[in-house]
Ligand binder design. Structure first.
Ligand code: FAD
Length: 272
């Protein structure tokens, strides 16, 4: 339970953090809330030679109204997201999802940027971000770029954010008609399966967590949705899936959950 030795930096600007990432290459890791990275280091599943603690960089926290979007600093904690009046009004599914992450300690320390970049396939926010059609802003040696959530998740714990980039902001469209429903045994547990649904004039976007190595779009259910047929569309939610079996649930049970939770998520989103 003791991590390998590492060096530690605490930059005070985005430019300094990016410079440090560039200097130390793959051996360095950003430290945000530490609630995913530090457990992995203690279990020796990760062994970065250097941690770059971004907690002292001004401007990395906060939530602002950006017209059609809500812009959230990457270091904004789950608790701040859950308690934000703006998020509750403009995108209630985001506030509710943040409020349901882990326990109070996790929500007080864990950040939206860390959760989105860590890309755990059982995490809640990645699926919701894809369903909402959000994006992240990344700063690297060549300047700033925006990555659509659709292009973010490439594999297990892997995103298209490169090791020399720092995510500074997460942008979430104001989609009021959205919901995230997860199934777990105890309230603080990770989702066995979760479903995010977002309804706009372009149709439904339905994204599943816990059924593959990345958030998975339920495209057959999206195509079947006609604006009011939640039960019928949800029957297609496990189409093409091959969910893993493990000590939490069999693949077959995960497929069942995908259908049940898709119906509930569509109903909840449509009722807003
Ligand atoms: P860190 O642990 O600091 O970092 C995670 C990874 O992201 C690292 O690789 C780091 O280098 C990278 N990173 C972080 N920030 C940036 C950035 N700005 N730019 C580039 N790279 C960055 N999550 C859920 O979704 N649902 C749950 O129910 C849930 N339950 C939990 C229960 C427990 C007991 C614990 C310990 C965690 C739980 N989590 C859950 C995870 C929690 O939400 C984490 O806080 C989150 O996944 C990671 O955020 P962090 O700020 O702690 O990131």
């Amino acid at each position: 339970m003791i991590p390998m030795a590492f060096d530690y930096d605490r930059p005070t600007s985005v430019a300094d953090a990016v410079r440090l990432l560039g200097t130390h290459g793959d051996g360095a890791k950003i430290l945000a809330g530490g609630h995913s990275l530090l457990p992995m280091m203690k279990l020796r599943l990760a062994g970065p030679e250097r941690l770059i603690d971004i907690s002292q960089i001004p401007g990395m926290t906060g939530i602002r109204d950006d017209g059609s979007h809500i812009a959230l600093g990457a270091m904004t904690t789950h608790r701040s997201v859950a308690e934000s009046d703006l998020v509750q009004a403009a995108c209630p599914a985001l506030a509710e999802t943040a409020a349901g992450i882990g326990d109070m300690q996790v929500r007080n320390r864990g950040t939206i940027g860390g959760s989105v970049v860590h890309a755990d396939p059982h995490a809640d926010l990645p699926a919701l971000l894809v369903a909402l059609g959000g994006e992240v802003v990344a700063e690297g040696p060549n300047g700033q770029r925006t990555i659509a959530a659709d292009d973010l998740y490439t594999d297990y714990l892997t995103t298209s954010v490169t090791p020399d980039e720092l995510v500074t902001e997460v942008r979430v469209p104001k989609v009021r008609q959205s919901a995230y429903i997860k199934f777990n045994r105890r309230s603080q547990d990770w989702a066995i399966v979760g479903v995010a649904a977002a309804l706009t004039d372009k149709g439904a976007r339905i994204v599943l967590t816990g059924v593959g190595s990345t958030p998975v779009r339920a495209t057959a259910a999206e195509a079947a949705w006609n604006g009011s047929n939640a039960a019928e569309a949800a029957q297609q939610a496990a189409e093409g899936l091959n969910p893993p079996s493990d000590t939490s649930a069999s693949g077959e049970y995960r497929s069942h959950l995908a259908r049940v939770l898709t119906r509930r998520a569509l109903e909840a989103a449509a009722a807003r």
